[in-house]
Write a protein that binds this ligand. Structure first.
Ligand code: ADP
Length: 323
């Protein structure tokens, strides 16, 4: 019989406990540091041969999580995304990611990159399953069994398993984008770039796609480039606004919203009043709401004249910065 059962539990002495706690904290610090990734963009500029200044001295430091790059069409988002993805050169500046010098070590970066470009062409007469097998083989998943499991789990993750045998040419816009994410996830990338993924999707497809993006997780850097404010609002814990090739605002959405606290005023107006409001106030946005014209202005003091204070939204911040 084991007499140990009758012995009351022995607790370690206090100083041992202290030592164990310190060790645990150290382990946490080391693990945490191992998981922290950093994309560092410094002084990036690009002028196309036709003279268009697409990027002007862009500098950004981006860490783990979902980063929103928000800007109107023509702001330079795709130029920046393609440059990070090593698909085009910049005229000046540097990019590093997790110790990789992106311009000098393009292959290294590509190994750790998942990229869903703005124009995502698919082979129309190939099924999703076949295509994922093909891409996985290209990305070095040569073991048949491993590849089969990977393709199956990706198809399940993006909710396309039941459509795996359909030709990609028959997919809806939303299904194509979900397939695009599946191919981008092959190879466990640490840097994932999605360029304008929800443009052209209907609201239900957009919601499904954003839910999928939100599941990718915090242990990678995800850059979501978009002109749709709601995408950034729903998904991103960090963001920048880019306009005319320049970063005009940078921060996390809550901090940016706080800067506008008590400074956004709303009024319902007749269409013909807008010009005079624009003359006398800093007009942030005007939009139709329930068939009526609604304006938002920025003012540090009460502008009176029927304006009421409203909580600022990311839309206010966006339009105030790109105007
Ligand atoms: P966004 O993705 O924000 O819409 P882009 O990076 O596509 O912006 O474009 C930024 C600017 O550069 C735009 O004025 C666009 O017309 C121009 N541009 C983009 N690609 C080229 C190109 N290959 N040649 C010339 N101009 C270009």
């Amino acid at each position: 019989m084991n007499t140990d059962e009758t012995i009351s539990p022995q607790y370690p002495p206090i100083n041992l406990l202290y030592f164990v706690t310190i060790l645990q904290q150290l382990r946490f610090t080391v693990t945490y540091q191992n998981n922290t990734l950093m994309l560092q963009i410094s002084g990036l500029s690009k002028t196309y041969p036709n003279g268009t200044h697409a990027l002007r001295d862009v500098s950004l430091t981006i860490s783990n999580g979902m980063f929103g790059l928000l800007g109107p069409n023509g702001a330079g988002k795709s130029t920046l995304m393609r440059t990070i993805a090593t698909l085009q050169e910049a005229d000046a500046g540097t990019i590093t990611f997790d110790g990789i010098d992106v311009f000098a070590q393009k292959q290294e970066l590509r190994k750790t990159l998942g990229y869903l470009p703005q124009e995502f062409g698919v082979y129309p007469k190939v099924s999703a399953e076949e295509m994922l097998h093909y891409i996985a083989r290209l990305k070095g998943v040569t073991n048949d069994r491993e590849r089969k499991e990977l393709v199956k789990s990706l198809l399940e993750q993006v909710n396309l398993y039941n459509h795996r045998n359909k030709f990609l040419g028959g997919y809806s816009g939303g299904m194509k984008q979900r397939f695009g994410i599946a191919q981008a996830l092959i190879g466990n990338p640490k840097l994932i770039i999605v360029d304008e993924p929800t443009a052209g999707l209907d609201p239900a497809e957009r919601l499904r796609f954003n839910n999928l993006l939100s599941e990718i997780g915090e242990n990678v850097v995800v850059i979501l480039s978009t002109h749709i404010v709601e995408d950034v609002q729903e998904l991103c814990n960090d963001m920048a606004i880019i306009a005319s090739g320049t970063v005009v605002r940078r921060g996390n959405p809550e901090t940016l919203l706080r800067e506008f606290d008590g400074r956004i005023w709303r009024k319902q107006v007749a269409r013909e009043e807008i010009a005079s409001i624009q003359e006398n106030h800093r007009l942030v946005l005007s939009k139709l709401s329930g068939g009526k014209m609604m304006v938002h202005i920025y003012s540090e003091t009460n502008p009176g004249n029927g304006f009421v204070s409203v909580d600022a939204t990311l839309e206010d911040i966006y339009f105030a910065n790109i105007a």
